[in-house]
Design a protein around this ligand. Structure first.
Ligand code: EPU
Length: 339
Protein backbone atom coordinates (compact mmCIF):
# COMPACT_ATOMS: atom_id res chain seq x y z
CA UNK A 1 0.00 0.00 0.00
CA UNK A 2 1.32 3.45 -0.83
CA UNK A 3 1.28 6.60 1.24
CA UNK A 4 0.70 10.14 -0.05
CA UNK A 5 3.06 12.57 1.70
CA UNK A 6 2.70 16.36 1.77
CA UNK A 7 5.43 18.97 1.19
CA UNK A 8 8.24 16.61 0.23
CA UNK A 9 11.70 17.97 -0.63
CA UNK A 10 12.82 16.58 -4.01
CA UNK A 11 16.43 17.88 -3.79
CA UNK A 12 17.92 14.39 -3.60
CA UNK A 13 15.61 13.02 -6.32
CA UNK A 14 16.86 15.20 -9.19
CA UNK A 15 20.37 15.00 -10.61
CA UNK A 16 20.71 18.82 -10.86
CA UNK A 17 20.24 18.79 -7.04
CA UNK A 18 17.79 21.72 -7.13
CA UNK A 19 15.58 22.41 -4.15
CA UNK A 20 11.91 21.79 -4.86
CA UNK A 21 8.94 21.11 -2.63
CA UNK A 22 6.30 18.74 -4.02
CA UNK A 23 2.82 19.56 -2.76
CA UNK A 24 1.93 15.82 -2.67
CA UNK A 25 4.33 12.94 -3.28
CA UNK A 26 3.75 9.23 -3.70
CA UNK A 27 6.08 6.43 -4.74
CA UNK A 28 4.33 3.62 -6.62
CA UNK A 29 5.65 0.08 -7.16
CA UNK A 30 2.93 -1.57 -9.25
CA UNK A 31 0.50 -0.58 -12.01
CA UNK A 32 -2.31 -1.07 -9.47
CA UNK A 33 -0.71 1.50 -7.15
CA UNK A 34 -0.17 3.82 -10.10
CA UNK A 35 -3.86 3.63 -10.99
CA UNK A 36 -4.82 4.17 -7.33
CA UNK A 37 -2.56 7.24 -7.13
CA UNK A 38 -4.23 8.61 -10.26
CA UNK A 39 -7.73 8.18 -8.84
CA UNK A 40 -6.56 9.82 -5.61
CA UNK A 41 -5.24 12.77 -7.67
CA UNK A 42 -8.56 12.96 -9.55
CA UNK A 43 -10.45 13.09 -6.23
CA UNK A 44 -8.23 15.96 -5.12
CA UNK A 45 -8.41 17.63 -8.58
CA UNK A 46 -4.63 17.66 -8.45
CA UNK A 47 -2.49 17.80 -11.56
CA UNK A 48 0.06 15.02 -12.06
CA UNK A 49 3.85 15.19 -12.26
CA UNK A 50 5.84 12.07 -13.03
CA UNK A 51 9.27 11.54 -11.53
CA UNK A 52 11.65 8.88 -12.86
CA UNK A 53 15.39 9.13 -12.29
CA UNK A 54 15.12 12.93 -12.12
CA UNK A 55 17.90 13.26 -14.69
CA UNK A 56 16.02 15.16 -17.36
CA UNK A 57 14.14 17.67 -15.22
CA UNK A 58 14.78 21.21 -14.05
CA UNK A 59 12.65 21.50 -10.94
CA UNK A 60 11.37 24.90 -9.97
CA UNK A 61 10.93 25.79 -6.27
CA UNK A 62 7.42 24.40 -5.93
CA UNK A 63 5.67 21.54 -7.68
CA UNK A 64 1.90 21.82 -7.21
CA UNK A 65 -0.31 18.72 -7.46
CA UNK A 66 0.60 15.07 -7.08
CA UNK A 67 4.14 13.95 -7.90
CA UNK A 68 4.21 10.26 -8.73
CA UNK A 69 7.63 8.65 -8.31
CA UNK A 70 7.86 5.59 -10.55
CA UNK A 71 9.25 2.69 -8.51
CA UNK A 72 8.02 -0.20 -10.72
CA UNK A 73 10.77 -2.83 -11.01
CA UNK A 74 11.28 -5.93 -13.14
CA UNK A 75 12.71 -7.29 -16.37
CA UNK A 76 11.02 -10.16 -18.12
CA UNK A 77 11.61 -12.23 -21.27
CA UNK A 78 8.34 -12.16 -23.25
CA UNK A 79 9.31 -14.08 -26.36
CA UNK A 80 12.20 -15.49 -28.27
CA UNK A 81 13.05 -16.55 -31.83
CA UNK A 82 16.29 -17.79 -33.38
CA UNK A 83 17.35 -14.19 -34.05
CA UNK A 84 15.92 -12.04 -31.33
CA UNK A 85 14.06 -11.62 -28.04
CA UNK A 86 11.37 -9.30 -26.79
CA UNK A 87 11.89 -8.14 -23.21
CA UNK A 88 9.57 -6.15 -20.95
CA UNK A 89 11.27 -3.59 -18.74
CA UNK A 90 9.37 -1.86 -15.95
CA UNK A 91 9.61 1.93 -15.90
CA UNK A 92 11.45 2.23 -12.57
CA UNK A 93 14.45 0.15 -13.63
CA UNK A 94 17.67 2.13 -13.90
CA UNK A 95 18.66 2.55 -17.55
CA UNK A 96 22.40 1.79 -17.36
CA UNK A 97 21.82 -1.30 -15.17
CA UNK A 98 19.38 -2.49 -17.83
CA UNK A 99 21.99 -2.05 -20.58
CA UNK A 100 24.47 -4.12 -18.53
CA UNK A 101 21.82 -6.77 -17.82
CA UNK A 102 20.84 -7.11 -21.51
CA UNK A 103 24.46 -7.45 -22.61
CA UNK A 104 25.16 -10.08 -19.93
CA UNK A 105 22.06 -12.08 -21.00
CA UNK A 106 23.27 -12.04 -24.63
CA UNK A 107 20.51 -9.64 -25.78
CA UNK A 108 22.30 -7.09 -27.98
CA UNK A 109 21.64 -3.61 -29.35
CA UNK A 110 21.69 -1.34 -26.32
CA UNK A 111 25.49 -1.08 -25.89
CA UNK A 112 25.82 2.39 -27.47
CA UNK A 113 23.29 3.73 -24.97
CA UNK A 114 25.37 2.74 -21.93
CA UNK A 115 25.75 5.22 -19.03
CA UNK A 116 22.86 7.44 -20.10
CA UNK A 117 21.46 8.57 -16.76
CA UNK A 118 17.83 7.99 -15.88
CA UNK A 119 15.20 5.30 -15.79
CA UNK A 120 13.65 2.99 -18.39
CA UNK A 121 10.33 4.87 -18.27
CA UNK A 122 11.98 8.16 -19.19
CA UNK A 123 13.99 6.72 -22.08
CA UNK A 124 11.23 6.81 -24.77
CA UNK A 125 10.05 10.30 -23.77
CA UNK A 126 13.12 11.99 -25.19
CA UNK A 127 14.04 9.05 -27.44
CA UNK A 128 17.45 8.72 -25.79
CA UNK A 129 20.29 8.44 -28.23
CA UNK A 130 24.05 8.27 -28.32
CA UNK A 131 26.85 7.14 -30.63
CA UNK A 132 24.62 6.54 -33.63
CA UNK A 133 21.82 4.61 -31.87
CA UNK A 134 18.40 5.70 -30.60
CA UNK A 135 16.09 3.67 -28.38
CA UNK A 136 13.31 4.08 -30.99
CA UNK A 137 15.12 1.50 -33.16
CA UNK A 138 14.55 -1.22 -30.54
CA UNK A 139 11.07 -0.33 -29.31
CA UNK A 140 8.40 -2.99 -29.83
CA UNK A 141 5.79 -1.16 -27.78
CA UNK A 142 5.38 1.28 -24.91
CA UNK A 143 2.87 0.54 -22.15
CA UNK A 144 1.07 3.57 -20.77
CA UNK A 145 -1.62 4.55 -18.32
CA UNK A 146 -3.94 7.36 -19.35
CA UNK A 147 -4.00 9.92 -16.53
CA UNK A 148 -7.54 11.01 -17.37
CA UNK A 149 -9.21 7.60 -17.25
CA UNK A 150 -6.68 5.32 -15.55
CA UNK A 151 -6.92 3.02 -18.61
CA UNK A 152 -3.96 0.96 -19.71
CA UNK A 153 -2.87 0.89 -23.37
CA UNK A 154 0.09 -0.25 -25.45
CA UNK A 155 1.47 1.99 -28.19
CA UNK A 156 3.51 0.75 -31.16
CA UNK A 157 6.77 2.53 -32.03
CA UNK A 158 4.96 4.26 -34.92
CA UNK A 159 2.27 5.55 -32.59
CA UNK A 160 5.02 7.02 -30.35
CA UNK A 161 6.10 9.37 -33.24
CA UNK A 162 9.79 9.22 -32.41
CA UNK A 163 12.26 11.73 -33.83
CA UNK A 164 15.54 13.28 -32.62
CA UNK A 165 15.15 13.64 -28.83
CA UNK A 166 11.41 13.85 -29.29
CA UNK A 167 8.27 11.74 -29.11
CA UNK A 168 4.49 11.81 -28.69
CA UNK A 169 5.06 11.93 -24.89
CA UNK A 170 6.41 15.49 -25.15
CA UNK A 171 3.39 16.78 -27.10
CA UNK A 172 -0.03 17.93 -25.91
CA UNK A 173 -1.58 14.66 -27.21
CA UNK A 174 0.87 12.54 -25.22
CA UNK A 175 1.28 14.57 -22.05
CA UNK A 176 -1.49 12.67 -20.26
CA UNK A 177 0.19 9.29 -20.80
CA UNK A 178 2.44 7.78 -18.12
CA UNK A 179 4.86 5.09 -19.28
CA UNK A 180 4.88 2.11 -16.92
CA UNK A 181 6.80 -0.44 -19.05
CA UNK A 182 8.70 -0.66 -22.31
CA UNK A 183 9.01 -3.74 -24.56
CA UNK A 184 12.24 -3.88 -26.55
CA UNK A 185 13.20 -6.20 -29.39
CA UNK A 186 16.88 -7.08 -28.98
CA UNK A 187 19.14 -9.22 -31.13
CA UNK A 188 20.50 -12.59 -30.06
CA UNK A 189 23.11 -12.29 -32.77
CA UNK A 190 26.01 -10.00 -31.86
CA UNK A 191 25.35 -6.64 -33.54
CA UNK A 192 27.74 -3.73 -33.28
CA UNK A 193 27.44 -0.14 -34.44
CA UNK A 194 30.72 1.75 -34.42
CA UNK A 195 29.81 4.30 -37.09
CA UNK A 196 30.06 7.31 -34.73
CA UNK A 197 33.52 8.91 -35.12
CA UNK A 198 34.45 8.93 -31.40
CA UNK A 199 33.52 5.25 -31.17
CA UNK A 200 35.32 4.26 -34.37
CA UNK A 201 38.51 5.68 -32.87
CA UNK A 202 37.94 3.77 -29.62
CA UNK A 203 37.04 0.43 -31.30
CA UNK A 204 39.13 0.41 -34.47
CA UNK A 205 39.15 -3.30 -35.31
CA UNK A 206 36.25 -4.91 -37.19
CA UNK A 207 36.12 -7.99 -34.94
CA UNK A 208 34.68 -5.96 -32.04
CA UNK A 209 32.05 -7.72 -29.92
CA UNK A 210 29.05 -5.97 -28.35
CA UNK A 211 30.92 -6.14 -25.02
CA UNK A 212 33.90 -4.31 -26.58
CA UNK A 213 31.51 -1.59 -27.75
CA UNK A 214 29.92 -1.38 -24.31
CA UNK A 215 33.34 -1.01 -22.67
CA UNK A 216 34.36 1.63 -25.23
CA UNK A 217 31.15 3.67 -24.81
CA UNK A 218 31.60 3.67 -21.03
CA UNK A 219 35.24 4.78 -21.42
CA UNK A 220 34.41 7.51 -23.99
CA UNK A 221 31.55 8.86 -21.87
CA UNK A 222 33.63 8.82 -18.70
CA UNK A 223 36.39 10.76 -20.45
CA UNK A 224 34.11 13.27 -22.22
CA UNK A 225 31.15 13.79 -19.89
CA UNK A 226 30.96 14.69 -16.20
CA UNK A 227 29.52 12.02 -13.87
CA UNK A 228 26.13 13.22 -12.49
CA UNK A 229 26.81 11.45 -9.17
CA UNK A 230 29.91 13.65 -8.71
CA UNK A 231 28.94 16.90 -10.48
CA UNK A 232 25.21 17.69 -10.52
CA UNK A 233 24.00 17.75 -14.14
CA UNK A 234 21.30 16.53 -16.54
CA UNK A 235 23.53 15.37 -19.41
CA UNK A 236 23.07 17.52 -22.51
CA UNK A 237 21.38 20.72 -21.40
CA UNK A 238 20.56 21.82 -24.97
CA UNK A 239 19.38 19.87 -27.99
CA UNK A 240 21.42 20.09 -31.15
CA UNK A 241 19.44 22.53 -33.31
CA UNK A 242 18.04 21.33 -36.62
CA UNK A 243 18.00 23.95 -39.39
CA UNK A 244 17.06 23.97 -43.06
CA UNK A 245 19.73 23.18 -45.64
CA UNK A 246 19.99 26.77 -46.96
CA UNK A 247 20.61 28.16 -43.46
CA UNK A 248 23.21 25.43 -42.89
CA UNK A 249 24.99 26.34 -46.15
CA UNK A 250 25.15 30.04 -45.17
CA UNK A 251 26.56 29.11 -41.78
CA UNK A 252 29.13 26.82 -43.40
CA UNK A 253 30.18 29.74 -45.62
CA UNK A 254 30.65 32.01 -42.60
CA UNK A 255 32.10 29.32 -40.30
CA UNK A 256 33.85 26.64 -42.38
CA UNK A 257 34.85 24.63 -39.27
CA UNK A 258 31.29 24.32 -37.97
CA UNK A 259 30.33 20.61 -37.60
CA UNK A 260 27.13 19.77 -39.49
CA UNK A 261 25.25 16.48 -39.75
CA UNK A 262 22.62 16.03 -42.50
CA UNK A 263 19.31 14.70 -41.09
CA UNK A 264 17.48 14.29 -44.42
CA UNK A 265 17.42 15.98 -47.82
CA UNK A 266 16.16 19.28 -46.39
CA UNK A 267 17.48 19.57 -42.83
CA UNK A 268 20.84 19.62 -41.07
CA UNK A 269 21.73 19.12 -37.41
CA UNK A 270 24.21 21.60 -35.94
CA UNK A 271 26.43 21.09 -32.91
CA UNK A 272 25.21 23.14 -29.94
CA UNK A 273 28.40 22.22 -28.03
CA UNK A 274 30.59 23.63 -30.80
CA UNK A 275 28.78 27.00 -30.88
CA UNK A 276 28.76 27.30 -27.08
CA UNK A 277 32.46 26.40 -27.02
CA UNK A 278 33.34 28.93 -29.76
CA UNK A 279 31.66 31.65 -27.72
CA UNK A 280 33.99 30.89 -24.81
CA UNK A 281 31.42 29.52 -22.38
CA UNK A 282 33.26 26.32 -21.44
CA UNK A 283 34.21 26.50 -17.74
CA UNK A 284 32.39 29.82 -17.16
CA UNK A 285 30.49 29.98 -13.84
CA UNK A 286 27.74 32.36 -12.67
CA UNK A 287 25.17 32.05 -9.86
CA UNK A 288 26.84 28.78 -8.82
CA UNK A 289 26.09 27.26 -12.24
CA UNK A 290 28.75 26.50 -14.84
CA UNK A 291 29.39 25.06 -18.27
CA UNK A 292 31.34 21.84 -17.83
CA UNK A 293 35.09 21.99 -18.57
CA UNK A 294 34.71 18.53 -20.12
CA UNK A 295 31.83 19.17 -22.55
CA UNK A 296 30.23 22.47 -23.51
CA UNK A 297 26.74 20.93 -23.77
CA UNK A 298 26.64 20.00 -20.10
CA UNK A 299 25.65 22.49 -17.41
CA UNK A 300 26.86 21.79 -13.87
CA UNK A 301 25.14 22.95 -10.71
CA UNK A 302 27.97 23.75 -8.31
CA UNK A 303 26.08 25.60 -5.58
CA UNK A 304 22.79 27.02 -6.94
CA UNK A 305 19.73 26.20 -4.87
CA UNK A 306 16.98 27.06 -7.31
CA UNK A 307 16.07 26.52 -10.95
CA UNK A 308 15.83 30.30 -11.50
CA UNK A 309 19.64 30.54 -11.19
CA UNK A 310 20.15 27.79 -13.75
CA UNK A 311 17.69 29.43 -16.13
CA UNK A 312 19.18 32.92 -15.75
CA UNK A 313 22.65 31.61 -16.57
CA UNK A 314 21.64 29.33 -19.44
CA UNK A 315 19.41 32.02 -21.00
CA UNK A 316 22.60 34.08 -21.42
CA UNK A 317 24.14 31.19 -23.36
CA UNK A 318 21.04 30.88 -25.56
CA UNK A 319 21.06 34.64 -26.26
CA UNK A 320 24.73 34.70 -27.20
CA UNK A 321 24.30 31.76 -29.60
CA UNK A 322 21.28 33.45 -31.14
CA UNK A 323 23.14 36.77 -31.54
CA UNK A 324 26.23 35.27 -33.15
CA UNK A 325 24.78 32.42 -35.23
CA UNK A 326 21.07 33.38 -35.50
CA UNK A 327 20.26 29.88 -34.28
CA UNK A 328 17.89 29.24 -31.40
CA UNK A 329 18.80 26.61 -28.82
CA UNK A 330 16.13 24.54 -27.10
CA UNK A 331 16.61 22.99 -23.69
CA UNK A 332 16.69 19.20 -23.58
CA UNK A 333 15.49 18.78 -19.95
CA UNK A 334 11.98 19.87 -19.05
CA UNK A 335 11.40 22.81 -16.71
CA UNK A 336 8.52 22.02 -14.34
CA UNK A 337 6.84 23.61 -11.33
CA UNK A 338 6.60 27.27 -10.32
CA UNK A 339 9.23 29.69 -9.04
N1 EPU B 1 32.27 19.81 -29.30
C1 EPU B 1 32.82 21.04 -29.00
N2 EPU B 1 33.00 21.35 -27.69
C2 EPU B 1 32.68 20.49 -26.69
C3 EPU B 1 32.13 19.24 -27.00
C4 EPU B 1 31.92 18.91 -28.33
O1 EPU B 1 33.12 21.84 -29.88
O2 EPU B 1 32.87 20.87 -25.52
C5 EPU B 1 32.05 19.46 -30.72
C6 EPU B 1 32.82 18.22 -31.08
O3 EPU B 1 34.10 18.56 -31.54
C7 EPU B 1 31.98 17.58 -32.15
C8 EPU B 1 30.58 18.04 -31.84
O4 EPU B 1 30.69 19.10 -30.90
O5 EPU B 1 32.30 18.08 -33.41
C9 EPU B 1 29.71 16.91 -31.33
O6 EPU B 1 30.17 16.47 -30.04
P1 EPU B 1 29.75 15.06 -29.39
O7 EPU B 1 30.22 13.96 -30.25
O8 EPU B 1 30.17 15.05 -27.98
O9 EPU B 1 28.18 15.01 -29.51
P2 EPU B 1 27.07 16.06 -29.11
O10 EPU B 1 26.27 16.31 -30.33
O11 EPU B 1 27.61 17.25 -28.42
C10 EPU B 1 25.30 14.22 -28.59
C11 EPU B 1 24.30 13.92 -27.53
C12 EPU B 1 24.97 13.31 -26.31
C13 EPU B 1 25.68 12.03 -26.74
C14 EPU B 1 26.69 12.40 -27.87
C15 EPU B 1 27.34 11.16 -28.43
C16 EPU B 1 22.56 15.58 -27.87
C17 EPU B 1 21.87 16.81 -27.34
N3 EPU B 1 23.59 15.15 -27.17
O12 EPU B 1 26.17 15.22 -28.07
O13 EPU B 1 23.95 12.96 -25.40
O14 EPU B 1 26.36 11.42 -25.67
O15 EPU B 1 26.00 13.05 -28.95
O16 EPU B 1 26.44 10.47 -29.22
O17 EPU B 1 22.15 15.05 -28.88
C18 EPU B 1 22.81 13.39 -23.35
O18 EPU B 1 21.81 13.47 -24.01
O19 EPU B 1 22.83 13.50 -22.13
C19 EPU B 1 24.09 13.23 -24.06
C20 EPU B 1 25.23 13.41 -23.44
Amino acid sequence: MFEVEANVQLGSLNTLKLECIAECYVRVSTTGELQEALSEARLRSANINVLGGGSNLILNRYLPGMTIHMGLKGRELLGESADDVVVRLQAGEEWHETVLWANAEGYFGLENLALIPGSVGAAPVQNIGAYGVEIAQMIECVHVVDVRSGDIRALTADECCFSYRDSLFKTSEGKHLIIWAVDLRLSKRPVVNTSYPALREAVPHNTATPSDVLTAVVAVRQSKLPDPSVEANVGSFFKNPIVDRVTAEHLKGDYPDMPQYPVDANTVKLSAAWMIDQLGWRGVEEFGVSVSEKHALVVINRSARYASEVIEFTDKITSSVSEKYSVSLDREPELVGID
